[in-house]
Design a protein around this ligand. Sequence first.
Ligand code: PLP
Length: 398
Amino acid sequence: MSLAYGRPYLAIPGPSTMPDRVLQAMHRGAPNIYQGQLHEMVAGILPDLRAVAGTAGNVAIYIGNGHAVWEAANLNLFSRGDKAIVLVTGRFGLGWATAAAAVGVNVVSVDFGLRSPVTMDRVEEALRAHPDAKAVLVTHVDTATSVRNDVAAVRAVMDTVGHDALLAVDCIASMGCDEFRMDEWGADVAIAASQKGLMVPPGLGFIWFSEKAHERSLGNDLRTPHWDWTPRAKVGYFHDHFNGTAPTHHLYGLRESLNMIAEEGLEAVWKRHDTLARTVWAAFDAWSAGNPQIGLNIEDEAHRGRAVTAARLGAPHATRLREWTEGKAGVTLGIGLGMADPTDPAYHGFLRVAHMGHVNAHMTLGALAVMEAGMIALDIPHGPGALAAAAAVVAQGA
Ligand SMILES: *Cc1c(COP(=O)(O)O)cnc(C)c1O
């Protein structure tokens, strides 16, 4: 017997749930790419993208995923042999560092482990030890550990030290979910991808960059024509935006998702994610009472991402529960990424619950109730009262 037949819910941290409005906007024939409505639409998308990132700076759109914009950022930010300080707080920080090293950037990794945010004492130490670093790369919300880093504090340390490096931020998990203010917080570069908070299928990557970052990029010898951000952002001809054919249907979807964000209001979007995140945390707090094998990965609420929650359930219960919720109830939870090697039995103790993008109270409460049903069915020991606690957070936040 399965109760999964109905609308499935993919509660993983990307691709996130796509709104019907976005899908319907994409369902059309190919437009004229040479003139007319598509050109006007893209001209209107650019200021809305700037608003979502909180910047008056430049924005470049790439056909690609998050890995593509990691690489695009690296190629624009560095010449071969240039030094980067990469602040690593989980799998995704590691990924950006690896991508940079692979193209010949001299990477200094500062690793904070899997359960801690970036701490400013170690940032200061690294800045002082490497005055020649050209950029500091940091992940805003690391989707694997669900840690949220304080970007403004990193900028403040750079200013205190008087370090001249650029500050580049991976906002792939956080853009359109967690509060992010690029200009106010002093970030020079931010990157994102379409399939997370922006609610569009995978396939678009974005880089926002300041004028200062642009000027410094001009002589960098890693820049190649396709990844060069200059023609994409400072466009002469329409097709320069994309270095070729525009990703027409993704752009229709993006137009609609940006409309939805504007209708709700960006601050309300952040608040909704914050409340839904707290709903999930409240359930875990109750489940973990008297059950130390259950718990959230990040202790300090201020340093928890609002788009995804990484948790432990004790091996092999996380994998058993994920299989149960998908097979029996139509809810797919995220795997525990980067917390243990998949060949290690400990791997089966970790999972992630996404609350990213087009998600509302009934979806999050439903996912939590299904998780509790699975724990009962599978005899996974857990504390009582989780669903009432989760409902109370929704009642208070709504
Ligand atoms: C998803 C994600 C990436 C990788 O994006 P892909 O589209 O899978 O290449 C990188 N960084 C963060 C923080 C992410 O959440």
